[in-house]
Design a binder for this molecule. Structure first.
Ligand SMILES: *[C@@H]1O[C@H](CO)[C@@H](O)[C@H](O)[C@H]1NC(C)=O
Ligand SMILES: *[C@@H]1O[C@H](CO)[C@@H](O)[C@H](O)[C@H]1NC(C)=O
Ligand SMILES: *[C@@H]1O[C@H](CO)[C@@H](O)[C@H](O)[C@H]1NC(C)=O
Ligand SMILES: *[C@@H]1O[C@H](CO)[C@@H](O)[C@H](O)[C@H]1NC(C)=O
Length: 358
């Protein structure tokens, strides 16, 4: 249970201080617990502000338009880029871009000035948006994305995002992003993300992924987003040792983190669940089936031991051979019900204020 009254909060904090003043690690943990409690309180205070944002969203949803992209000329546009270019900037209504089946070899940018865009594909034959750019070819990992979204309120349903750049073992600059999401309040349903190194750049903002398939070799879910992944299938194609996530959190006051719930971790190679990109990296897996590919240590500090005291790597009610706790690094957190609670619902991403049913 999360403490509810002010009095309970004080008691709770005092008792945790009393029990745990013995080490830095536990002090950090207490700091985090108190942050989490405060966050719950702040949420109530900020409710009014969020209601305003909801109004903007509600207005956009009540006034939707649809445009059709089809390569055979039967729609309004033949490419996704043409469709996006047709939308007047700073639109206040949702624009549903219906994308007919096909392979779209396009580098797609959804700029900050185009909020409320939905990419909607056909569930039986999802369109594939593909590219093969790499960090070395474009100068930066950031630039390699096949699809880059800087806008808020983006939604994708039944879309395959792909980056086919091969990853040579030991090569530099081979990172090839399939999707970069930098806008906030974005949701992905029934989407597929194919790539090798750095497939899904969960860059920043509040994000929701449901029923998605995410494949890659190294750090294939990475970035500073605050994201909830539900019913997702994480498929490693590494041939050696790699990490599935590289969550970046450089400061204890940042609210970013990845939460995976009711998901599956499988594929090839030997994988860590996460490696710390920044001292305060935060990742939680709950109710997730973990195949034997998960290395028994579970997590990596990326060679920087001071991170052992600062990262928040939690597991809760996971199953499968990879979830066996024997051999886990001592700084893994086996979460209690109370500790897990903030991570295992849409409140982790403030979803109750912006997630709409697709
Ligand atoms: C990337 O794709 C283009 C277009 O299909 C192709 O011409 C090029 O050879 C590919 N590059 C690599 C490195 O695979
Ligand atoms: C996603 O796929 C499932 C079947 O796997 C289907 O039941 C659901 O309606 C789809 N969701 C959307 C938003 O199309
Ligand atoms: C963490 O970030 C906050 C807000 O950006 C900033 O005020 C604070 O100085 C940062 N702390 C550290 C240790 O960098
Ligand atoms: C976990 O792994 C250890 C060491 O390999 C093994 O002895 C133990 O039986 C395993 N536990 C479960 C529940 O499979």
């Amino acid at each position: 249970m999360v403490p509810k009254t002010y009095f309970q909060v004080i008691l709770f904090l005092l008792s945790s201080l009393y029990v745990t003043s013995s080490s830095n690690r536990v002090a950090d943990y207490d700091n985090w617990i108190s942050w989490n409690v405060k966050n719950y309180q702040k949420k109530t205070i900020l409710e009014t502000k969020w209601k305003t944002q909801d109004l903007i969203l509600r207005k956009a949803e009540s006034n939707k338009v649809r445009i059709i992209v089809s390569q055979d000329g039967a729609g309004d546009f033949k490419t996704i880029t043409e469709a996006l270019t047709s939308i007047a900037p700073h639109n206040t209504r949702r624009v549903i871009v219906l994308i007919a089946p096909g392979v779209y070899r396009e580098k797609v940018m959804v700029p900050r000035t185009l909020p409320f865009i939905t990419f909607l594909g056909d569930a039986r034959d999802p369109p594939i948006i593909t590219g093969n750019e790499t960090a070395s070819a474009t100068g930066r990992t950031f630039q390699s994305a096949t699809v880059a979204v800087d806008a808020s309120y983006f939604i994708a349903i039944n879309i395959k995002f792909e980056n086919t750049a091969p990853h040579e073992i030991g090569s530099r600059g081979g990172q090839g992003v399939a999707l970069r999401i930098s806008g906030t309040k974005a949701a992905f349903y029934n989407c597929t993300f194919y790539g090798n190194q750095d497939t899904l750049y969960d860059h920043k903002g509040l994000h929701y992924f449901n029923n998605c398939f995410i494949q890659g070799s190294v750090d294939f879910i990475f970035g500073s987003g605050r994201s909830l992944y539900e019913n997702c299938y994480l498929n490693s194609i590494t041939k050696k040792v790699a990490s599935i996530t590289a969550q970046k959190r450089t400061n204890s006051s940042l609210e970013s983190g990845f939460s995976f719930k009711d998901s599956v971790v499988t594929g090839s190679g030997q994988v860590y669940l996460g490696r710390a990109w920044g001292d305060y990296s935060r990742v939680v897996f709950s109710f997730t089936y973990m195949d034997k590919i998960v290395i028994s240590k579970g997590w990596s500090d990326w060679g920087d031991q001071k991170r052992d005291l600062r990262v928040y790597y939690g597991e809760y009610k996971c199953s499968g051979p990879g979830a066996n706790l024997t051999g886990r690094v001592p700084w893994t957190r086996m979460l209690t019900d109370e500790e897990a609670k903030p991570f295992i619902g849409i409140q982790f991403i403030e979803g109750d204020t912006w997630l709409i049913s697709p």
